[in-house]
Write a protein that binds this ligand. Structure first.
Ligand code: ZN
Length: 201
């Protein structure tokens, strides 16, 4: 919000619009029960950003900026991207968001499946996807077929109340060499019903 106000001042944006957007950011992060139309638009925009070919490209750009290439670490994390893609349409807050997510999510999904297949075929990383039901939600867990030491991996899932959301933690560990890998991501918030009507902002 501070950045928004700073930039808005610098570029002379309409104060009313700046105030409306500020309020919506607040609603978004406080997870308000009755968000305004603008808040719902921002929510969908924030989530649509991660979907489709551009969403995947940005995922790897971010991963690269953090110093990670295609590594076991980035492959384990695809669990979150796949799970979000699977549930994206059901999480959208506006009809337009629903339509866009329904179109873009399969692109994300198919890209990741193709990437994992290509890495397996080329003998680089043997990771695959398994649909796992946890707390009434289907997760697409990406993990290697076995530990680097060739022993079987064990999996553990649990939830933790984080600062911003209810986090799902997925851990893979090897009882033989004791290597361990954990990821965490926000639980997708599925809506009871599909969003209807026009959104007037
Ligand atoms: Zn091991």
């Amino acid at each position: 919000m501070e950045l928004l106000i700073e930039y808005a001042g610098r570029y002379g944006l309409n104060q009313q619009i700046v105030d409306d957007i500020s309020r919506s950011f607040g609603q978004l992060y406080r997870d308000e029960a009755h968000p305004s139309a603008l808040t719902r638009v921002l929510f969908d925009a924030d989530n649509l950003d991660k979907l489709g070919s551009l969403g995947i490209a940005n995922y790897f750009v971010k991963s690269g900026l953090k110093g990670n290439g295609i590594s076991p670490d980035s492959l384990y994390r695809l669990t979150a991207e796949l799970t979000y893609a699977r549930h994206a349409p059901a999480c959208m807050a506006t009809p337009a968001g629903y339509e866009l997510a329904s179109r873009k999510a399969p692109e994300t999904y198919q890209f990741i499946l193709n990437l994992l297949k290509s890495l397996r075929d080329d003998g680089i990383f043997n990771f695959s996807v398994e649909a796992v039901t946890f707390d009434h939600l289907i997760l697409d867990v990406v993990s290697p077929s076995e530990c680097e030491c060739r022993a079987d991996l064990q999996r553990r899932l649990w939830k933790v109340k984080g600062v911003k959301c209810l986090e799902i933690h997925v851990e893979h560990f090897c009882p033989h060499c004791e290597s361990r890998h954990e990821i965490r991501f926000c639980t997708p918030k599925l809506r009871a019903r599909r969003p209807e009507g026009d959104v007037a902002v």
